[in-house]
Design a protein around this ligand. Structure first.
Ligand code: NAP
Length: 293
């Protein structure tokens, strides 16, 4: 029998609660504004995982009362065509949030497209102005996945001040903004990456360990301090010989759950929180974007 079973950080349940709160907020605001909030996801190509994410977002928007203005383009669409689309969405007064679904096909420059999104419609919080505001601890639209992790930790009253936090992964999408958010809450933050020497001993120092890498079972039980909080951002698709597939994270869940105090499942942990934060950002832009009323 395992000596300790970690408590689940239930992102699915919390996301549902956030959707309900947003729905009520939208109902009130819509009565004043005369239109619903709008989110536009721009998708290029037919990557099945991206298509599933976009469908998910559209369903979540519908539940909350956000209108979807999604735009779908074939893989061979040019940079110039997409720039024009972003410009149209920037000008469209029904659209409060714009999101370019990543990854884009190789011939496209995603960074320059992200820079082109109006910062006050930057639902993904990836525009340099919003990232700069995060760096300066100013209010602004925050990147959805790290914001979702922070909201989940807050929900379970997990103390951050003075705690040793190790974030494995340093992408601009997850690792770096998350490290800044944790720092703003007075955690002592270490960022680990593919060149980190002896990841196991670095990870074992963590009171709170976040894995944002994209490698199945990168984090094994011997890398986790007993009683730590473990947040698994990773999404990896495993297929068996019969062609069935399932999603797993970066953490060896069963073994780590025996020694951690809290752990996020995959699926049902950080993923639903990312969508909840996207809707949150859209409603925030809508409530602040008075010139579009
Ligand atoms: P990414 O851009 O590929 O970054 C991965 C990071 O992991 C890089 O910083 C890389 O280090 C580091 N890394 C790679 N191998 C490593 C190793 N062996 N040891 C330590 N670090 C290693 O990925 P991402 O966009 O941040 O996404 C990370 C994972 O989160 C993916 O599985 C993605 O699908 C998932 N994700 C989930 C959500 C969600 O909503 N749940 C949202 C976004 C992403 P270097 O910088 O040195 O290369």
């Amino acid at each position: 029998m395992p000596s300790q079973i970690a408590q689940i950080l239930d992102g699915k349940a919390l996301a549902k609660k956030i959707h309900e709160e947003l729905k009520q907020r939208v109902q009130i605001l819509q009565a004043e504004r005369g239109r619903p909030p709008g989110l536009a996801v721009v998708m290029v190509g037919d990557n099945p995982a991206s298509a599933a994410y976009v469908r998910n977002k559209e369903r979540a928007c519908a539940k909350v009362g956000i209108a979807s203005f999604n735009r779908y383009f074939p893989a061979q669409t040019s940079q110039q065509q997409l720039e024009q689309v972003i410009e149209e969405l920037n000008q469209d007064s029904r659209v409060d949030g714009i999101l370019v679904q990543l990854p884009l096909p190789d011939h496209l420059d995603s960074v320059s497209l992200l820079h082109q999104i109006r910062p006050d419609k930057d639902a993904d919080g990836l525009h340099p102005l919003n990232l700069g505001k995060l760096l300066r601890s100013e209010p602004g639209l925050r990147s959805c996945t790290p914001a979702g992790v922070m909201r989940l930790l807050q929900e379970y009253d997990i103390e951050l001040q003075g705690k040793q936090v190790v974030v494995v992964g340093r992408s601009i999408l997850v690792g770096k903004p998350l490290a800044l958010m944790l720092l703003a809450k007075n955690a002592t933050v270490t960022i680990a990456h593919s060149r980190t020497r002896d990841l196991a001993s670095v990870a074992r120092n963590a009171d709170i360990l976040v894995a944002a890498v994209g490698r199945t079972k990168l984090i094994t039980a011997d890398m986790v301090k007993p009683g730590a909080v473990v947040v698994d951002v990773g999404i990896n698709r495993l297929s068996d010989t019969e062609g069935n597939s399932r999603l797993v994270g970066d953490v060896d869940f069963d073994a780590v759950a025996e020694i951690a105090q809290y752990i996020t499942p995959v699926p049902g942990g950080v993923g639903p929180m990312t969508v909840a934060m996207l809707l949150h950002n859209t409603v925030l832009s809508y409530s602040q974007n008075l010139q579009t009323s």
